[in-house]
Design a protein around this ligand. Structure first.
Ligand SMILES: Nc1ncnc2c1ncn2[C@@H]1O[C@H](COP(=O)(O)OP(=O)(O)OP(=O)(O)O)[C@@H](O)[C@H]1O
Ligand SMILES: CC(C)(CO)[C@@H](O)C(=O)[O-]
Ligand code: BAL
Length: 268
């Protein structure tokens, strides 16, 4: 959706390393924004983005207009049911229909051999993978939907175009989201009951000045099924919370290789 940062540029570099030619789409897709969301406020800086992509050696910047994507009479919607009934799907009704529909259109317009998406939007990635399988999307590559690990600021905050909505003090507080998630994952790995860990995580996030938590859940990485008792499953901790004008999301694997954090949730 543009307003490019190092997270996006990492996707581009990863694509350049794997492909002869790289296309990037930039389209702020009205269909994936709810009525009270930030469609109008969303940053748009196509000229600057275009220069950045040229600097990365991108071959094609595909930036269609809304009228070209959704001409009069447009009537089709792609729904990936089930996976869209949890997490962001519950808090942003219709969002993933908008995502799936536009991504299918972009695939058909660009016809890539494969496509890269950020793990920052973990549920989005799961939904796009499901759609590609369910609709037999004919990519030449077997693993055509490539996930790229989340790129973070030095203090751990996941890079996002929406971080620019944060005031300096909100930005300083926002770091707690990821720090608390790392501590929570450490506690899960040490065998603390999931419910207690999540309660501590929620309290730490609210203490840091977040106004609202949409969810803070431990879920199975692929199916997104809720995990209430962690016994070594392939799990992901996923959080969405509101800080000022920015609704921030983050997710991390419950990974035994993760460095132990010195703090606890209670002392954060
Ligand atoms: N920090 C990041 N690390 C890796 N990939 C990212 C990161 N941020 C965004 N992406 C990926 O870049 C692609 C384009 O994302 P998009 O344009 O929605 O930007 P965004 O920064 O995620 O915006 P927002 O957070 O405001 O929704 C998506 O595949 C997304 O997952
Ligand atoms: C997948 C996507 C391009 C659909 O508009 C968007 O949600 C994004 O950039 O993450
Ligand atoms: N990166 C997901 C796009 C959105 O929040 O609308």
């Amino acid at each position: 959706m543009g307003a490019l940062h190092e997270g996006h540029l990492t996707l581009v570099r990863e694509a350049k390393a794997r492909a002869d030619r790289v296309a990037v789409s930039i389209f702020v897709n009205p269909m994936q924004f709810g009525v009270n969301e930030d469609l109008d406020a969303y940053p748009r800086q196509l000229a600057q983005d275009s220069r950045l992509l040229e600097g990365e050696g991108v071959d094609l910047l595909w930036a269609p207009t809304v009228a070209a994507m959704y001409p009069d009479g447009f009537a089709t919607k792609v729904s990936v049911s089930g996976l869209d009934g949890v997490l962001c799907g519950t808090h942003r009704p219709g969002h993933f229909d908008g995502v799936a529909t536009v991504v299918l259109k972009l695939f058909n317009q660009i016809r890539p051999d494969f496509a890269l998406f950020g793990e920052k939007d973990w549920q989005q990635l799961a939904i796009i993978r499901r759609m590609a399988r369910d609709l037999d999307l004919a990519f030449p590559h077997v693993d055509a939907i490539v996930g790229v690990p989340t790129v973070r600021e030095a203090d751990g905050l996941a890079m996002s175009s929406r971080n620019r909505y944060l005031s300096p003090s909100e930005r300083a507080q926002a770091v707690t989201l990821n720090r608390a998630m790392r501590i929570a994952i450490g506690a899960v790995l040490e065998g603390e009951p999931v419910a207690r860990v999540l309660a501590g995580l929620r309290a730490a996030i609210l203490d840091a000045g977040f106004a609202r938590i949409d969810y803070a859940d431990l879920r199975e990485a692929d199916t997104l099924a809720e995990i209430t008792d962690w016994r070594g499953q392939n799990a992901r901790l996923l959080v969405a919370a509101q800080m000022g004008k920015a609704r921030l999301i983050d997710n991390m694997a419950v990974d035994p290789a993760m460095a132990r954090m010195p703090e606890t949730l209670a002392t954060l």
